[in-house]
Design a protein around this ligand. Sequence first.
Ligand code: MG
Length: 298
Amino acid sequence: MYFLNYDYDCKQRIGVLNNSKNAVIPLKEFFLKEGIKELNSINVLIQTMNEENINKLEDFVDGYEGKTLPLDEVKILAPIPFPIRDIICLGLNYLDHANEITNMPGAEKNIPKFPVYFNKRAMPAIGNGDLIDSHPTLTNELDYEVELAVVIGKDGENIKKEEVEDFIFGYTIVNDISARDIQRNHTQWFKGKSLTTHCSMGPYIVHKNSMRFPVELNIETKVNGEIRQKSNTRNFIFDIPTIISDLSKGMPLLAGDIIITGTPAGVGLGFNPPRFLESGDIVECSIEKIGTLTNKVK
Ligand code: MG
């Protein structure tokens, strides 16, 4: 199932795609049928829907004959515009990207032996079709990073590797937009990763039941139609069971937490000379089975 957060008739609502993936089924009717108070936030939905409800929703979608909204008549918003906490990020989690960064002049050759974690302030996240603010007075080195985002589905601590899938709600795409000069100047990544509009997310959260686990998905970025990043999530240095099991040791993960799993080679910083984003550029981040997240730089 493909969950989305959308604007229709100037109202924000949540829905799922029909099985042909060309129209939205509003969830209001399902909530009424099941006696669930109408939910307008995917965060609350994640916290509310147990496995039984998800199965009922799958049946509801399969048998749905009511009114749908054509996809081109709704404005798709970030599926989680207000993450419950900062997004947890992985750095250097694809070998080719770790090599492109650590082979740069002055960098230390250092392929991580433990996952590299940092956080990204992401309130609010932008969605498909929204503009990326280039913050021209703050940065000259605006960059893109396509990433598979994992959305946690239930609270957990000390999660065993073999139980990790139980704690996942689903998957989406995040463009971890980055101001490289700010990252460098502060010798720490938080601020350079956290300017407004620099977390683009969507277009959908694909429920884990629609994905084979562990996920092996093609992942790609195009800038103005030119392929810059191209890989597959099977090339992670640390896979999702390792990341979630390791992160949750002595540090609870909560339903709605978002973990972005790192980016492959081909970021603007990795080119010689670097190819940073400029005003007017169109960035398309795609992941197989999820979709394409497109944003223009203002
Ligand atoms: Mg990143």
